[in-house]
Ligand binder design. Structure first.
Ligand code: NAD
Ligand code: USQ
Length: 384
């Protein structure tokens, strides 16, 4: 089966492209490499030194004798996108290719507009290209658990059955996202749902939680295949950041009270979830939503676990409550369902001491690359 991985130079996309290639899928990567540019724009770098995409792919070929095609370009450019699709003719498209940082989207008007245009127009172009020439192709789109926000009721997988004035229907679950980035994912979900309802396309929206970890079987095979690992206040995410902070002796940056609860998953489960979605495609006209996380943790839970694991490794780990740069609930109910991927065979890697040890050791190995000035958050949700 031919799978196009859009955003295949990024954190989730690179791991997924190699994983699928290793399992015998014919893989192509499409990426504009804009993420590398955004890092440069705000003056940050991944903890791990990542090789140029062409070198990464060549190294993979040398090691495994498996080829990965490469299309460098932007999916907001419709002609480029159409050209790539016609050249590769995918059976499934995995779409990771978006601006994915909530803080980046909240820097100012320009970054909000850029995030929403990049994400919404890119996905719309993809839907139109599929409608025109590849109506049978299965779209596997990365959404986010943050589309739902933190409602005071259980979160279902995409839809909720409601009784109203004596009548009953199953409708899209209400969305209350917390950043301009998360909002862009809601807009995408609506557009994809429309394309399935009206044009009969088939799509799976994977509402993914926060991903942690860096090593997968494939990215660990060689230094040149190493994945990115972001720790800065803009692109770094909670657990990855905490491990790197612990490694360099920076207090763990809990925002506000730390009762914020989110869904989390190991990057080794991200890649497996994608494979499961591809192997079990949605039906024509079906807009399927899976909640893609394996465990729920509060930020305080994570900080306590990293402190314990770091202390056991001989690190001096402090936890500090910083003024929350975001506007979000810091103590709330959060109970999200996640049974659909498990029913299709996902066997989770639960967060363990060994994972934390390996992530902490990894962070210690590359600690000299950490710029301490980039750790604290600089982007605020609050009106000045
Ligand atoms: P990333 O920034 O590491 O990778 C995204 C890749 O997409 C980059 O290589 C970038 O160059 C490319 N890209 C962006 N816009 C593009 C465009 N218009 N055309 C072509 N390429 C483009 O991000 P990631 O962490 O790998 O996230 C991948 C996807 O998964 C995103 O859609 C994100 O919203 C979603 N997601 C990520 C997480 C997480 O914790 N990392 C959690 C939930 C969902
Ligand atoms: N947080 C801290 N301290 C930190 C970093 C974050 O307390 O140093 C808190 C935030 O305030 C927030 C929570 O941790 O309450 C999660 O923040 P995050 O930066 O780890 O993740 P988020 O901004 O939600 O975004 C990340 C990815 C995004 C993805 C999302 C999944 O960048 O692409 O969509 O996780 S989810 O959170 O489920 O929506």
């Amino acid at each position: 089966m031919k799978v196009l991985v859009i955003g295949g130079d990024g954190y989730c996309g690179w791991a997924t492209a190699l994983y699928l290639s290793n399992r015998g899928f014919e893989v192509a990567i499409l990426d504009s490499l804009v993420r590398r540019h955004w890092d440069t724009e705000i003056g940050v770098q991944t903890l791990t030194p990542i090789a140029p995409i062409q070198q990464r792919i060549q190294r993979w070929k040398d090691l495994t004798d498996k080829s990965i095609d490469l299309f460098v370009g932007d999916i907001t450019n419709y002609e480029f996108l159409q050209g790539a699709l016609h050249k590769f003719e995918p059976n499934a498209i995995v779409h990771f290719g978006e601006q994915r940082s909530a803080p980046f989207s909240m820097i100012d008007r320009e970054h909000a507009v850029m995030t929403q245009v990049n994400n919404v127009v890119g996905t719309l172009n993809l839907l139109y290209a599929m409608r025109t020439d590849f109506p049978d192709c299965h779209l596997v789109k990365l959404g986010t658990m943050g589309e739902y926000g933190t409602p005071n009721i259980d979160i279902e997988e995409g839809y909720i059955t409601i009784e109203h004035n004596g009548r009953k229907d199953t409708l899209p679950y209400p969305k209350q996202p917390g950043s301009m980035y998360h909002l862009s994912k809601v807009h995408d979900s609506h557009n994809i749902h429309f394309a399935c309802r009206i044009w009969g396309l088939r799509a799976t929206d994977l509402n993914q939680g926060v991903v942690y970890g860096v090593l997968t079987e494939e990215t660990g095979m060689d230094e040149l295949l190493i994945n990115r690992l972001d720790y800065d206040g803009v692109f770094g995410t909670a657990l990855n950041r905490f491990c790197i902070q612990a490694a360099v002796g920076h207090p763990l940056t809990v925002y506000g009270k730390g009762g914020q609860t989110r869904g989390f998953l190991d990057i080794r489960d991200t890649v497996r979830c994608i494979e499961i979605a591809i192997n079990n495609p949605a039906e024509p006209g079906e807009f399927r939503v899976f909640n893609q996380f394996t465990e729920l943790f509060s930020i305080n839970d994570l900080a306590a676990m990293v402190k314990k694991a770091g202390t056991a490794l001989g690190l001096k780990v402090e936890v500090e409550n910083f003024a929350n740069p975001r506007v979000e609930l810091e103590e709330h109910y959060f109970n999200a369902k996640n049974t659909k991927l498990l029913d299709l065979g996902l066997q989770p890697h639960y967060l363990s001491d060994s994972l934390l040890d390996s992530l902490l050791n990894f962070a210690v190995k590359y600690q000299n690359r950490v710029d301490n000035q980039q750790i604290l958050p600089k982007v605020s949700w609050h009106r000045k």
